[in-house]
Each structure stands twice: as structure tokens, then as C-alpha cells.
Design a binder for this molecule. Sequence first.
Ligand SMILES: Cc1ncc(COP(=O)(O)O)c(C=O)c1O
Length: 386
Amino acid sequence: MRNFINPSLSNIKPSGIEKFFDIASKTPGVVSLGVGEPDFDTPWHISDEGISSIEQGNTFYTTSPGLIELRNAIGGFLKRKYGLNYNSEEILVTVGGSEAIDLAFRALLSPGDEVIIPEPAYVSYTPCVLLAGGKPVPLVLKEENGFQLTKESLESVLTPRTKILMMNYPNNPTGGEMDLSHLQEVADFCIEHDIFVISDEIYSELTYQGIKHISIGSLDGMKERSLIINGFSKSYSMTGWRLGYACSTKNIISALLQIHQYTIMCASIVSQYAGVEALNNGDKDIEKMKEEYAKRRLYVLKRLKDMGLTCYQPQGAFYVFPSIKKFGLTSEDFCLKLIKEEKVAIIPGSAFGDCGEGYVRISYAYSLNDLRTALDRLARFIRKQI
Ligand SMILES: Cc1ncc(COP(=O)(O)O)c(C=O)c1O
């Protein structure tokens, strides 16, 4: 019998995150700080809108781009929060930010086109580029630059085939954020070299210490050469609702829609009605959850400092990315040993690209109680390594 599997799948490495979820699920008594998922219930008034949509019989397909009420609400939210200007035809409602990432690469890439992927990076970018026939080009971000992109770093990977720069700020896994001067430098570079930017801003609402996220799409000359991805999973604790969106010019959004209409048709109507409520009346929920994350962030950073671990002070998202280089173990071995000896699950930095080696990702989207237990165990583990 032939091998019926598409050979290009052999280029896709298994996710380094899934491996640790798997081990954690088979380890009784484990405390996991591995998952990048808010631990809060979806705010009730948002869930209630989803339930009402079912009660009122709104259980059918929507138009492929998404409910017009939702696209209008997304446009209003992005204008109010980030000064972005998108009308309803420039917005596509997707099944999470995940679908938007996949659609973007499939709609924009031709075989061999290069995509700059700053690393450490969220795990789906490289596989999605490969599946779309593109060529991922890793760019190593430096801790000493706050994991920000610089013109020099971009120049070092530029080739005549460079088509897209993938950006993700606030960043998973580093918690890094771009400041305005670096962002402007990147925008100028992309305009000069005719590069398109896909900006995954899924953590845009989660920034700390008075920092406000700036979207690259709001800078002069960038709307027409960028696609902004955002969603409901992180800011409203709605991961299971599977709702996100992509925004760009009408031309680019129509290209994504060509794929979306045949592969997905539309995002769930129930989730879309809940999404309208989230955007119109959910600001206070975001603030409440953010206050909680801010407390946890400070707690985790203090505990890591007390353990003698060096750690970049993250400015956004809900992750810390401390260095474990001094222990002389690979990040994977460190995490395997930690889960075996102390039943704490965290993610090896190598899951986010080769340059993540020597780091681990700890999520603080967990209760202070869980954080305390896990960090007590981590502290004991570290004492044993010295
Ligand atoms: C950077 C980043 N982008 C996208 C996603 C996917 O989010 P969604 O639930 O909207 O598909 C995640 C989820 O962890 C993420 O961390």
C-alpha cells in the first residue's frame, strides 16, 4: 500500500508544548504552570449572550465574514483602544486567532517566499508557513534588547525573497513588548524593503506597569502593508469559544475570505453573539483580570529572584521566561527532571525555537495558590541542583 500521508507533513515537528501536556496529564499530583490559558471563568454577562442566542433560535450559519454587528463592534474596539481604522469589509471573524494565522500565510505566500519569524516564537507560526509552502527564516531576538525587533536584526536576515515579517507583541513566550521608537524603525524598514507585516496582537490588552500596547497598523503607511490578528481567548478568558479576527485592507481580507468561506464557512454564531457583548461591555472584566495578572506577575518575579534565577521583566501577556543556563542542563532535560522529581510542569524554551534553549516558560495564568505550590517545589528543585 502507498503511504497516503502528505510528505510535507514530515517537515512539521511535534509541538514541544503538547509533549509536556501529555506528560503532565499522566503524572498524578502534578501542578502545571504550562498552559497559556486564562484560569478565569468567561464573564457571565458574555456567556449569557451566547446562551440567549441559543434560546432565541440563533443557531445557524452567519455570513462568512462574520455578523455585521460583531465586525462593527471589532472596528469600534480597535479604534477606541489603538487608534486603528477598519470598516466592516476590512475585518474577518475567524475561529480563534489560530485560524487567522493559518489563513494569512495561505492567502499571501507563494512557494519559496520567505517569512521572517522572530524567535523565541509562538509555536504555530513555523508550521503554518511550511504548510503554506513558504520558507520560515528565524531571527534571534536578544534578551538585552528586551526581545524587541531592531532594524539591524532585520537587515541580518533580509534576502530578495523576504515577503513577510511575522510579529507578536506582547510576546508569547517572553512577555516582551515593542516601544514606539523600535516599532517605527520596523515600520520604516518594511516600507523601505516592501515587506508585509502579520502582527499577532492577541495579548494586546494584557500589558503592565502603565505600558500601553501600540499596534503597528496604526503607524503611517502601515495599514496597507499589515494584517492585524487579535481575538477573545486571552483578554476575555474565552479560549473555548474559539473566536478571533483578522483586519487589513479590503483587498487582503477578501483573499483570506476566499479560503475561509470554503474551509470554515463561518465562526460559531453563538460565540459571535457573545463576542459582541464582550467588546461592547467587557472593558471592566479585562481590567479586573489584568489586576489579578499584575499581582501574580510581581509575585512570580519576586520568587524567581529569591531563587537566584535571572529573568527578563516581562511587560505583557502572562508568561515569564527565566534563564536556566547556569544549571548545565538542556531546557528539555531541566523540565523533564522537574516534572519527575517535583511534579511541576513548565515548558522548555526550546519549544519556541532553537534560541529558546537555556530558558523555560512559566505561565502565571494560574491562581496564586497554585503558583505558590509550584514555585515552592521549583525552589526546592533548584536548591538540589546547586
Ligand atoms: C501568540 C498567540 N497567538 C495566537 C494564539 C491562539 O489563540 P486563539 O485561542 O485565539 O486561537 C495563542 C494561544 O496561545 C498565542 O499565544
